[in-house]
Design a protein around this ligand. Structure first.
Ligand code: FES
Length: 119
């Protein structure tokens, strides 16, 4: 899937996928820097950091989405995807969350300018 981006003062809207490419219960990865996990929970889209705050596993690749929580596949920490808050250890730090915008049939994540820098 292609990636397009539109920048404005609030940051950059990065295209993730078409709405019909991310079914309810599914997760995909936005190839931003740092990467962002994008979730469909019963037709509502959410986005968090893709990297677990415990030891940097990819939540979009190794996580399990259930009832609005993402469970890390490595050591089973859980996070609320709406707030990024930790709901089960061993993680202690919350995940960063990002705004999601649906424009027509396309899904975008809004990346603040400072979050999309190399490094
Ligand atoms: S890397 Fe996610 S719980 Fe350890």
């Amino acid at each position: 899937m292609g990636t397009t981006a539109m920048a404005d003062q609030a940051g950059t809207a990065v295209r993730v996928c078409r709405v019909d490419e991310l079914a309810p219960g599914a997760i995909t990865r936005a190839h931003t820097n740092p990467p962002i996990a994008v979730y469909n929970v019963d037709g509502v889209f959410y986005a968090t950091s893709d990297l677990c705050s415990h030891d940097k596993s990819s939540l979009s690749e190794d996580g399990y989405l259930d009832a609005g929580e993402i469970e890390c596949g490595w050591h089973f920490a859980k996070f609320c995807i709406k707030t990024g808050g930790v709901t089960a250890p061993p993680a202690r730090e919350p995940l960063r969350t990002y705004a999601v915008r649906v424009d027509g049939d396309e899904v975008f994540v809004l990346v603040p300018a400072v979050a999309n820098q190399p490094g």
